[in-house]
Design a binder for this molecule. Structure first.
Ligand code: SAM
Length: 291
């Protein structure tokens, strides 16, 4: 409608009247395009029985749309200067709860207990600050919050790495970490013109459908992720050479190739060709051999 926050005219008016200046260090690129906002909200599949957690509401462009769609909305904003603005523009929406803080430091389990009690489906929906995209998403996934999905605007290149399949150039430890906990899907690529100020990188919307149980079962999650990290340490090296540098010495390195074979993996392969299932088998075989 005419009164939507995310029109160029109303956004400029709000910003000027409050004397707000953008902080690049907080990744402040606000959305001013109705179509993109509607696409983001639609991708989350929200309705009046569901909750939404927004990270970084800015001046409320997306928050307002969420409030019109979901049962309850909690928005976490780090920048104190935005609190009076949010209070003003979100005044018509009683179901919105704005919390001040750093999403990387707040107790998210407690926020879920307090704000989303009685709801069995909650989505995270956000236009994320690009400087902390990966830490935020990994925290949301690792905390095993009761989430249905996560729909976020992020840097296009990061979205492509998260959604990449084995054997492609974008596939790496980030793809595996994200796919262990969720099923990623690229929703759309977004032009610079939907933001003020316009970011210097390309953007995309990605949906992570959160899995109820991880994609693969492993004996030890931490060990699994260490094996994955080590396998991608030097992309041009074989899996055998990467694992030898990380876990073996001159004396015992000959033990590795038979263990790789036991896990059904040719030692001459590269990490970027291994599926999650293969990494899971490999981690378990190495662990059983005391490595
Ligand atoms: N949602 C708004 C929109 O789409 O117009 C603003 C998006 S802007 C890309 C990112 C927002 O995240 C900013 O409002 C910024 O202040 C906030 N932010 C940055 N780091 C944060 C953090 N660690 N915790 C919570 N909010 C943060």
């Amino acid at each position: 409608s005419m009164d939507d926050i995310a029109t160029p005219r109303r956004t400029k008016e709000i910003i000027q009247r409050h004397g707000f200046s953008f902080k690049k260090s907080l990744g402040q690129n606000f959305l001013i395009d109705q179509n993109i906002l509607n696409k983001i909200v639609a991708a989350a599949g929200l309705d009046e029985t569901k909750g939404a957690l927004e990270i970084g509401p800015g001046i409320g462009a997306l928050t307002e749309k969420l409030a019109r769609t979901a049962d309850r909305v909690t928005a976490v904003e780090i920048d104190q200067r935005l609190l009076p603005i949010l209070q003003e523009v979100l005044e018509p929406y009683s179901k919105v709860h704005v919390r001040h803080g750093d999403v990387l430091k707040l107790d998210l389990q407690e926020i879920f207990r307090e704000d989303f009690a009685g709801l069995d489906k909650v989505s995270v929906v956000a236009n994320l600050p690009y400087y902390v995209t990966t830490p935020i998403l990994m925290r949301l996934l690792e905390e095993k919050l009761p989430l249905e999905n996560i729909v976020v605007m992020i840097q296009k290149e990061v979205a492509e790495r998260m959604a990449a399949s084995p054997g492609t150039k974008n596939y790496g430890s980030l793809s595996i970490a994200v796919q262990y906990y969720s099923m990623p899907e690229l929703v759309c690529v977004v032009p610079h013109t939907v933001f003020i100020p316009q970011p210097n990188v390309e953007s995309a919307v990605i949906r992570l459908q959160v899995r109820e149980t991880p994609a693969v079962q492993v004996q030890d999650e931490q060990h699994f992720f260490e094996v994955v990290q080590a396998s991608f340490a030097q992309r041009r090296k074989t899996i055998s050479n990467n694992l030898k540098s990380r876990f073996f010495t001159k004396e015992n390195k000959d033990q590795l190739d038979p263990l790789l074979q036991q896990a059904g993996i040719e030692p001459s392969r590269r990490g970027e060709t291994l599926s999650l299932e293969e990494f899971a088998r490999l981690s378990d075989v190495l662990l059983a051999a005391g490595i």
